[in-house]
Unconditional design. Structure first.
Length: 256
């Protein structure tokens, strides 16, 4: 196995596994599709990164973080659901980016380019993915309680605003990393499909989050290896692999 393939697999596993785990929480809060608009919000940063030749995840970070802060502030002020606010602001990111991104350079922005990651990018991916995983694990129980009832959460002494912000920050980081893996166009699938698949085959909350993590890391392994064999874009094959796992889970779905 050459070093480039190894780098791609390590980065893919760390991002994909964490995305799946985070997605299990997002699905319960009916926010799994929010990653898509946030990925679109990353387009201006991705466009700048492509034009000036630096890492697209690095370009995506500031735009997604600013978007998350803006959404959080609006959420606290207006009480409009997070997914609605996300959908409202994402289109501006897409429009701005395509003002200056040459169309012949759009493929990497749309479907990612994990096959070209270097050692430093892999290291950053591992560190940030681990950070998101730990933060998600810490807030998981509190977010479930908040999902049941924010009033109940407040009675339990949970700082709703703080936990919502941490949750949104985790989403922002994994979306920025996911842009490198599957592109800004497909980030919603990166978090939603493993969680949806896990829901079909799990029998408890613990197994649900565990299988989401496992399926999240398995799809990049299959997709990246297939990409190496077929020379097709890895991002597309990762999502298609994940979708096939979901279809299999439909037929193997646990009885109710």
């Amino acid at each position: 196995m050459n070093s480039q393939l190894l780098y791609s697999l390590i980065a893919g596993i760390s991002i994909g596994g964490t995305a799946g785990y985070l997605g299990s929480l997002m699905l319960q809060k009916r926010m799994s599709l929010s990653a898509g608009p946030l990925g679109h919000l990353a387009f201006p940063g991705v466009a700048l990164a492509i034009i000036y030749g630096f890492d697209i995840s690095l370009g995506a970070f500031p735009f997604i973080i600013l978007g998350i802060i803006f959404i959080w502030l609006l959420q606290n002020k207006t009480k409009i659901p997070t997914e609605t606010l996300t959908a409202v602001i994402f289109s501006s990111g897409v429009a701005i980016s395509f003002l200056f991104l040459p169309i012949n350079q759009a493929e990497e922005a749309l479907v990612g380019n994990i096959s070209q990651v270097g050692f430093l990018e892999v290291l950053i991916s591992i560190i940030l993915s681990f950070l998101v995983f730990i933060l998600t694990k810490i807030i998981y129980k509190q977010m479930i309680i908040m999902n049941i009832s924010e009033d109940l959460a407040k009675v339990e002494g949970i700082n709703v605003k703080k936990y919502n912000f941490i949750f949104l920050l985790c989403i922002a980081i994994i979306v920025a990393l996911g842009v490198k893996l599957v592109g800004a166009l497909l980030t919603a699938a990166l978090v939603s499909i493993p969680a949806a698949t896990s829901k079909n085959i799990s029998w408890s909350m613990k197994s649900y989050s565990y299988f989401s993590f496992l399926l999240g890391l398995l799809a990049p392994i299959v997709g990246i290896i297939l990409s190496k064999l077929t020379l097709l874009p890895a991002g597309i094959l990762i999502i298609l692999s994940s979708a096939i796992f979901f279809l299999i889970s439909v037929f193997w779905r646990k009885p109710h």
